[in-house]
Design a binder for this molecule. Structure first.
Ligand code: UDP
Ligand code: MN
Length: 275
């Protein structure tokens, strides 16, 4: 028996989107009993994502919701935005809540992951078999097939190391006598759970028992993981996986923003769009 893995992936339109989603979908083709929930950060579903999902032969659910950039931003977000803007000496206006260096000021994926959780609860209520595990998967990370084997062992909440994140080669829970005794995190080590989104999975049935569990815009950056985990576990309950958190099976890789020359300015034949 293999519990279903519900992989929840927010995604947004950008030059490397199709490349990132192609790599991820082709990893997922090797994973048994996998249900991919892809949520576009957009007002409409795009053809690019719809076609990619259809051609993948994966079991999937395609959703969309646009990030509410101003309405749900907190006073803190706005203050940080204004502070960083003055720091980087850009105009006072913060388009898309990013600095001129492209650094994010607003957490990504909050509305998208919450929509996926609402979908999941509705789906499981009607399902015959509610067993499964929820994994929040960013679209540009790198996933070993071994991480999926690990998360099927989850009873409530399982955790494991994540490579290349938070200024470290590996951010990981520290394990003593088979229990999480602390963390090696360097970035915001005061986080209640200093764990990246890619470093844990949660028993899907628990979302029916805690329907209020969701991500929030009211917390500072880096606290989304803690926000969702607090509904399901304390440090003492965490189940260390990946050989007592000694193995790295997922990496927080980030795709470099490509710079493309304007084809109108180059006297060259036009190139087709990548979709
Ligand atoms: N994302 C999104 N809308 C955005 C920015 C990001 O839906 O405006 C998605 C993105 O596709 C990814 C997840 O949210 O699946 C995390 O974003 P990103 O990879 O940019 O975060 P980082 O790697 O910087 O932590
Ligand atoms: Mn990323």
């Amino acid at each position: 028996y293999l519990p279903t893995i519900y992989g929840i992936t927010p995604t947004y339109s950008r030059l490397a989107q199709k490349a990132d989603l192609t790599r991820l979908s082709q990893t997922l083709m090797h994973v048994k009993n996998f249900h991919w929930v892809v949520i576009e950060d957009s007002t409409e579903k795009t053809k690019l994502v719809a076609n990619l999902l259809k051609e993948s032969n994966l079991k999937y659910t395609h959703l969309n919701i646009k990030t509410h950039r101003t309405k749900h931003s907190t006073v803190m977000d706005i203050n940080i935005c204004l502070f960083k803007t003055s720091l980087y000496n850009t105009s006072w206006y913060c388009p898309y809540w990013r600095t001129n260096k492209g650094k994010k000021l607003l957490a990504s994926g909050v509305e998208q992951r919450n929509l996926a959780l609402d979908w999941l609860k509705g789906y499981l209520q009607k399902a015959e078999d509610t067993r499964g595990v929820v994994y929040f998967m960013d679209d540009d990370n790198t996933y070993s097939l071994k991480v999926f084997d690990e998360m099927r062992k989850v009873k409530n909440v399982g955790v494991w190391p994540v490579g290349i994140v938070g200024g470290m080669r590996v951010e990981m829970p520290l394990v003593t006598d088979g229990k999480v005794s602390g963390y090696n995190a360097w970035w915001k080590p005061f986080r209640p759970f200093p764990i990246d989104m890619a470093g844990f999975a949660i028993n899907a049935t628990l979302f029916l028992e805690h329907p209020e569990a969701k991500f929030s815009r009211k917390v500072q950056s880096g606290f989304q993981e803690s926000e969702i985990l607090k509904y399901f576990a304390t440090k003492d309950d965490l189940e260390p996986l990946a050989d007592n958190c000694t193995k790295v099976y997922v990496w927080h890789t980030r795709t470099q923003k490509p710079s493309i020359l304007n084809p109108k300015k180059l006297k060259r034949p036009p190139v087709p769009d990548d979709h």
